[in-house]
Design a binder for this molecule. Sequence first.
Ligand SMILES: Cc1cc2nc3c(=O)[nH]c(=O)nc-3n(C[C@H](O)[C@H](O)[C@H](O)COP(=O)(O)O)c2cc1C
Length: 306
Amino acid sequence: MENLPDLRVSLGRIHLRNPVLVASGTFGYGEEYKDFVDPGELGGIITKAVTLKPRKGNPPPRLAETPAGLLNSIGLENPGVEVFLKEKLPHLKRLKTRIIVNIAGEKKTEYLYLAEKLGKGGGIDALEVNISCPNVEKRGLIFGTRADLAFSLVKGLKQATDLPLIVKLTPNVTDITEIAQAAEEAGAEALSLINTILGMAIDVNTRRPKLGAITGGLSGPAIRPVAVRMVRQTFQKVNLPLIGMGGIMSAEDALEFILAGATAVAVGTANFVDPAVSLKIVEGLRQYLRKMRINYFHHLIGDLRT
Ligand SMILES: Cc1cc2nc3c(=O)[nH]c(=O)nc-3n(C[C@H](O)[C@H](O)[C@H](O)COP(=O)(O)O)c2cc1C
C-alpha cells in the first residue's frame, strides 16, 4: 500500500525520500550529529566544503551573534580532499541518505580536479558547487558574481564528472537570476540558494570588529525574507529544481520556500540551536500535508497564490 502523504521529491537525477536536507557547513561530515539525528530520516546531507588542500580558515573570533542572525567567517576550514576521501567519505557512504559534497576552490582548475577526484570514489550522489562563499579572499566569490565565469566553470565541471552538479548561488549580487540562468545554460542539475549575506558587526567598547576577518556571512532568520524573494525570482526565470535555504527554523519557514518555488530545502544555522530540528521539520511538513489533505508534497512546489 502506498505510504501517504508522499514526501518524495527529485532534484533532476537525485531522488530524495523527503525534501529536507541539512545545509553545508552546519552539519559537519555527518558524524558530528549522530547522537541527535538518524540521517536515514533526512532527504540528504550536504557536507561542509571540501577544498583541494587543507585550509585552516580565518583568524578568530569567527562567530558573532546578531539580532535574529549569526555572522560567521569560518573561511572554509577543512582537512582537504585527500583526508576527506580517506577519513570522512567511508562513514558518509554508510549513511542511508543522499550525500551531496560541497566543493570550493579559488581557481577553475581546483574545482575541476576536485570534481574528477570525487567522481571516482563512488558513494557520492551529487556535488554542490560553492561559488558563493563570502569568507575567502580573492577568487572564491568571483565565480558566483559573474555570469560568464559561472558558465565557464559549470561547463568545465560537466566535462570533468558525471555527478549531478548543484550550483550554490550567492545573494551578494544585484540580480541573482543572471547567475542562475548561466548555471542552467551550462548544464547544472539544480541550484542551491542562498549562501550567507556579507555583513559586519563592531564592538563599540573595544572599537574592534567582532570578527577576526572583519567581515563575515550573515545567516539565520534575519535573512529569510531575502532568501524567499530570491527563490521566487529564480523560480520564475529558470527551469531547474531549487534547494531553498536561509533562516529556516521550522516547517512553516520551509513551506514558505516551497510555495515560492523550491523543490527542497536545507536547514543551516537552526542546527546550532536544536541539533534535531531537521527531523522536526520533516514531521511538521507531514502534518501540514495531512491538515491540508494533500497527498503529494510535490504539488506544493511553487503553488503561491498571487
Ligand atoms: C558556520 C557556517 C558555515 C558554513 N559553511 C559553508 C560551507 O562550507 N559551504 C557553503 O556552501 N556554505 C556554507 N555555509 C552557508 C550555509 O550552508 C547556508 O547557505 C546559509 O547559512 C543560509 O542558511 P541558514 O540561514 O539556514 O544558515 C555556512 C554557514 C554557516 C552558518
